[in-house]
Design a protein around this ligand. Structure first.
Ligand SMILES: C[S@@+](CC[C@H](N)C(=O)[O-])C[C@H]1O[C@@H](n2cnc3c(N)ncnc32)[C@H](O)[C@@H]1O
Ligand SMILES: [Zn+2]
Length: 323
C-alpha cells in the first residue's frame, strides 16, 4: 500500500524478515509486532508518561462501541456535546473519495472516525498505543513526526488531534515541512492544536507560574510547545500552506472534566469561585447521565460564547490548510 523510505537519507527501504534495510546509508530498522520502528532513543517524557500516568487513556484511542445502542448514544454525544467538538471538526473536513490515504500524526490508539474516509496510517512516538492503532488502521509506524519515513506527495489528508501543543517550539518547523513534503498537492491538513490563551481563566492560572507549569503543561501530557493562535497561523503561512478554515476549540466554557483536571489542586486555595466550580463539576461528573446532559448543554453555550469572543480566547484552535 505504501512504500517506506529511510528517514535519514530518503532511500526506499526493502524488507528482509523482521527488518527494513536502507541500501543508501546501510541503516536497518526493526519491525516490532508488525510495527516498523524508526525510533532509537525513546522520548523520555512520553515513555515515562505512558508507563505511569494517563497514557493508557490515550492508548485506547477513540474507537467507540460495538453495541448498537451505545454506538448511537456515542454518535449523539459527538454531534452535540462540547467534548465532541474535535469529532465534528474532522467529520466536516474529511470526504471519502477513491483510495483516499490519510495520515494520523501522534495517533495514540487511533480514531475510528478516520477509517470511514479512507486507508489510515498512524504515527506515534510510543509503541504501547500503536499496538491498538495497528488493529484499527492499515498501518502503524513508530516514528517521530519531525522525520517521517514516507515519500513526497503521498497523502490526501494529514491530521492530528492534540499533538502540536506537545511539539517543542524548536521542532515545529521541521514537523510542518515534513507535513508539506508528504502531503499531495491539493491535499488538506487539519489539526486540533492546543494554544496559549488570554481568556480570564488562563490569566488567573498564569498568575501562579509553578502551578500553571504543573497543571497546564506537565500534568496534561506535556504541553511543552504551546503558542498563541496567531503564531500557529503564521507558522503555517511561512510553510506556504493556504489557510482554509480557522475555529476556536473552546475558551472559558470547558467540558466539566477539564475544570477538575486543571483546577482540582492548589488552585482551589487561590480562589473561592474556582473551588466552588471544581466541587460542582465533581458532583456532576459522578453520574454519567447528568454528566452527559450538562456537557451537551455546555456544547450549546460554548457555541454562543465562541461567536462573540476573539480567537485568542480559545484554549486551542482547529485549523485546515491546503497544499
Ligand atoms: C494528547 S495525545 C493525543 C493522541 C491522539 N491523537 C488522540 O487524539 O487520542 C498526544 C500524542 O502525540 C504523541 N507524540 C508527541 N510528540 C510526538 C512526536 N514528536 N512524534 C510522534 N508522536 C508524538 C504522543 O506519544 C501521544 O500519543
Ligand atoms: Zn538511509
Amino acid at each position: 500500500m505504501l512504500n517506506l523510505i529511510c528517514p535519514k537519507c530518503k532511500t526506499p527501504l526493502t524488507q528482509l524478515n523482521q527488518e527494513l534495510q536502507c541500501k543508501g546509508c546501510q541503516k536497518t530498522y526493526p519491525i516490532i509486532d508488525g510495527i516498523p520502528s524508526f525510533i532509537e532513543n525513546k522520548d523520555k517524557f512520553y515513555h515515562e508518561y505512558y508507563q505511569t500516568q494517563i497514557g493508557t487513556k490515550w492508548a485506547k484511542g477513540h474507537v467507540g462501541f460495538k453495541n448498537p445502542i451505545l454506538s448511537t448514544l456515542y454518535y449523539i454525544w459527538n454531534q452535540t456535546s462540547i467534548v465532541g467538538k474535535r469529532y465534528r471538526f474532522f467529520q466536516k473536513v474529511l470526504r471519502k473519495e477513491r483510495d483516499t490515504l490519510i495520515l494520523d500524526l501522534g495517533c495514540g490508539g487511533g480514531y475510528k472516525l478516520f477509517i470511514r474516509y479512507g486507508n489510515v496510517v498512524g504515527v506515534d512516538l510510543e509503541l504501547a498505543p500503536l499496538k491498538n492503532a495497528k488493529n484499527l488502521y492499515r498501518m502503524a509506524i513508530h516514528a517521530d513526526i519531525a522525520t517521517l519515513p514516507f515519500e513526497d506527495n503521498t497523502f490526501d489528508y494529514i491530521l492530528s488531534a492534540d499533538v502540536m501543543g506537545h511539539i517543542p517550539v524548536e521542532n515545529k518547523d521541521k514537523v510542518l515541512s515534513e507535513i508539506y513534503r508528504v502531503l499531495k498537492k491539493g491535499g488538506k491538513t487539519a489539526h486540533v492544536i492546543e494554544t496559549e490563551s488570554n481568556n480570564f481563566l488562563f490569566r488567573f492560572a498564569q498568575k501562579y507560574p509553578d502551578l500553571y507549569r504543573k497543571s497546564f503543561i506537565e500534568d496534561i501530557g506535556g504541553h511543552f510547545g504551546l503558542e498563541a493562535s496567531k503564531d500557529v497561523l503564521n507558522r503555517f503561512n511561512k510553510h506556504k500552506f493556504r489557510s482554509i478554515k480557522v475555529e476556536k476549540l473552546w475558551g472559558i466554557i470547558w467540558p466539566t472534566e477539564e475544570y477538575v483536571n486543571r483546577f482540582d489542586n492548589a488552585y482551589k486555595e487561590k480562589s473561592r469561585s474556582i473551588k466552588m466550580l471544581v466541587s460542582i463539576c465533581k458532583v456532576l461528573n459522578k453520574n454519567i447521565i447528568i454528566f452527559g446532559i450538562i456537557n451537551i448543554l455546555l456544547g450549546a453555550i460554548n457555541y454562543l460564547v465562541e461567536a462573540v469572543t476573539p480567537l485568542e480566547h480559545g484554549a486551542g484552535i482547529l485549523v485546515v490548510h491546503k497544499k
